[in-house]
Design a protein around this ligand. Structure first.
Ligand code: GLC
Length: 618
């Protein structure tokens, strides 16, 4: 198979490419049988995308192939933002790149920006045209200009690829609604409710309160259509090769616009089968591997980031195997949820256990580490582990939610529930990092002691994310301790979805205050910058470092050890409400990275919510 030869490709490259194509072909056949026409169509799509790939991006591909671990390097720091909330438009973002760089950021996740009907957009996750930018945000040309400028500055760009569903306004959906069988076959259409009802017996609900059920009646087609998320998000049927082909084409279109990282949105859901829970089915892994191979052929510098928000055991398989990898990166979702559990319980045993499991994984696996993102916090914790301490799932979720919404006596947190499902006792949680850490309450009550504590916790959580191997991501606004935005309650298009609580506009006045001594913004922003610089300066933060759980002798204090090429780091995090002293069971004389002071291994003092990075060379 010589069709994807590029001028100047070496023999070795051609052999490699042929191997990739032949594996792709084999996997394609395993899903779609001997559908020769569909395969030829796919080949054609790959060929077109390959020849249409701009030279500049090809050069970037080559650079990245020479440094395949570029995204795991310790100089990488990400930020996730909504274009409209951050700077209004794509051009606005371009103008604000200096600010982004001033945050130390060189990886930018732009939240969904493709065309999506207002009021039925699920924050942009209901795409009606995969090749058109939302009018209010700009144009495809603006996107290309932004990615180009980002690349010039060494910033990589991540974009969502919402592949599980389209908006009901997408052309395919419109044609399906009008009765065109070819397009109905791209979705899951049923003449009546009998099969949908069978599905409902085994398929859980994603939005039990805001969008109950997994199917919707489509009056115009006079049929029932599968809608796992909102009723206006129609699930695509990847059992149909035309869907895979067309969506691959859409993905490659974005890659050729300079998108470096494709976030595979809701990827566990992309294959459905009656009698199953329609999540994480084996075919999903085949599809992801196929997408990885497609990228290796056309845009080998592109990364796949899997959005797998699932119970712990389901997440890691999306890395695939070392020989046959699937996603390059996955969200460290269980760690994120375990962190908030620890904030609420002040007991680090679960987090210690969870991190111990992460540290035991091969170093090739790269996690995207984060504290907050645009979504709610779902309580997907290791309940089997918690049951050892007689902690049961339903009452525990209630406790976490009570604490983090500030209902629990003495809790400074201010969050709101999300998709409260009283049947299952399964509410999730929303709020910004600062509000959940207590900054909002402390500021409103002018309680300086509480504020100091809350800011310490906020900083410690960021320090924890910066301590882990992988790619740390800031959620835009968090660098300024931005609080909840309650304004969404008054917006009829948003009021039902409490995730808007933490999707407020970036407050540029607050950003200016980051340069004013003594302000809350200044206190957090600069402390965070100091940590980022330390991470940059010390090789112990390299992703190749050995990592372990360091004992602290106190269940309120988490200890993490790292070692790499003569540098050893012990990171301590006091989740307790009081100041305390711990000892570390490590040889060597340690110095505090932030203050440069020597420390006594037998007695390390930690204020409430404080963290320490201790380093020792040998
Ligand atoms: C992902 C997104 C979420 C969205 C859902 C449906 O989980 O993160 O915001 O609602 O997919 O597309």
């Amino acid at each position: 198979m010589q069709r994807f030869d590029r001028n100047g490709d070496t023999m070795e490259n051609n052999v490699k490419k042929n191997e990739i194509i032949s594996e792709l072909r084999q996997l394609y056949r395993s899903l779609y049988g001997d559908n020769v026409q569909a395969w030829l169509d796919l080949e054609n799509i790959l060929e077109q995308a390959d020849s249409g790939r701009p030279e500049m991006l090809k050069r970037l591909d080559e650079e990245r192939l020479r440094r395949p671990d570029w995204f795991k390097e310790r100089d990488r720091l990400g930020m996730q933002l909504y274009v409209q909330s951050f700077a209004g438009t794509l051009r606005g973002v371009l103008e604000k790149l200096d600010y982004i760089e001033s945050c130390g950021v060189n990886y930018l996740h732009l939240m969904p920006l493709l065309e999506s009907p207002e009021g039925r957009s699920d924050g942009g996750y209901a795409v009606s045209d995969f090749r058109k930018v939302q009018q209010s945000l700009g144009t495809m040309e603006d996107l290309s200009a932004l990615t180009e400028e980002c690349h010039r500055r060494g910033i990589s760009v991540c974009l969502d690829f919402v592949m599980n569903h389209t908006s009901e306004d997408h052309e395919w959906a419109r044609r399906a609604r009008a009765g065109e069988k070819e397009y109905q076959d791209r979705y899951f259409f049923y003449d009546d409710w009998s099969i949908p009802q069978e599905f409902e017996k085994t398929v859980p609900q994603v939005f039990p309160t805001t969008a109950p059920g997994n199917f919707t009646w489509c009056e115009e087609a006079h049929k029932v259509v599968m809608t796992t998320f909102y009723p206006y998000q129609w699930d695509l049927d990847y059992g149909n090769p035309d869907v895979f082909n067309a969506m691959t084409d859409n993905m490659l279109f974005l890659c050729n616009r300079g998108v470096d990282v494709i976030r595979l949105d809701a990827v566990p859901y992309i294959w459905k089968e009656l009698g199953t829970n329609c999540r994480n089915l084996p075919q999903v892994h085949t599809l992801v591997r196929m997408m990885r191979l497609v990228c290796e052929v056309v845009c080998p510098g592109t990364l796949l980031l899997g959005e797998v928000v699932m119970e712990p055991s389901r997440v890691v398989p999306y890395f695939g195997s070392i020989e046959k990898p699937e996603c390059h990166m996955l969200y460290n979702v269980t760690t994120m949820a375990s962190i908030w559990h620890t904030v609420a319980t002040k007991d680090v045993r679960l987090l210690r256990h969870q991190l111990g499991q992460v540290f035991a994984l091969p170093k090739e696996y790269a996690f995207l580490n984060y504290i907050r993102c645009h979504d709610d916090i779902g309580w997907g914790l290791d309940y089997a582990f918690l049951s050892r301490f007689e902690i049961a799932e339903v009452p525990h979720k209630k406790y976490l939610n009570d604490y983090l919404t500030g209902k629990w006596p003495g809790s400074p947190s201010r969050g709101e529930l999300y998709n409260d499902d009283p049947r299952l006792g399964d509410a999730r949680l929303c709020g910004t990092t600062a509000s959940l850490c207590g900054v909002e309450t402390a500021r409103k009550t002018a309680d300086e002691a509480m504020l100091t504590w809350a800011l310490r916790v906020d900083l410690a959580l960021h320090a924890l994310v910066l301590t882990m191997s992988g790619l740390p991501i800031l959620y835009s606004g968090d660098e300024l301790a931005q609080e909840n935005d309650y304004g969404y309650h008054d917006d009829p298009l948003k009021a039902a979805d409490s995730r808007y609580l933490h999707r407020g506009r970036l407050n540029w006045e607050a950003a200016a205050r980051a340069e004013e001594d003594g302000t809350i913004e200044h206190r957090l922003f600069h402390a965070l910058r100091t940590l980022e610089n330390l991470r940059l300066e010390h090789r112990v933060f390299d992703s190749r470092a050995d990592t372990w759980i360091a004992s602290t002798g106190d269940d309120r204090v988490l200890g993490i050890g790292r070692y790499y090429e003569g540098e050893k780091l012990i990171a301590l995090f006091n989740f307790g409400e009081s100041g305390l002293s711990v000892s570390i069971d490590e040889l060597g004389s340690f110095t505090d990275l932030s203050t440069g002071e020597a420390c006594d291994n037998g007695s390390i003092l930690l204020f409430p919510g404080e963290h320490r990075w201790l380093i020792c060379e040998f």
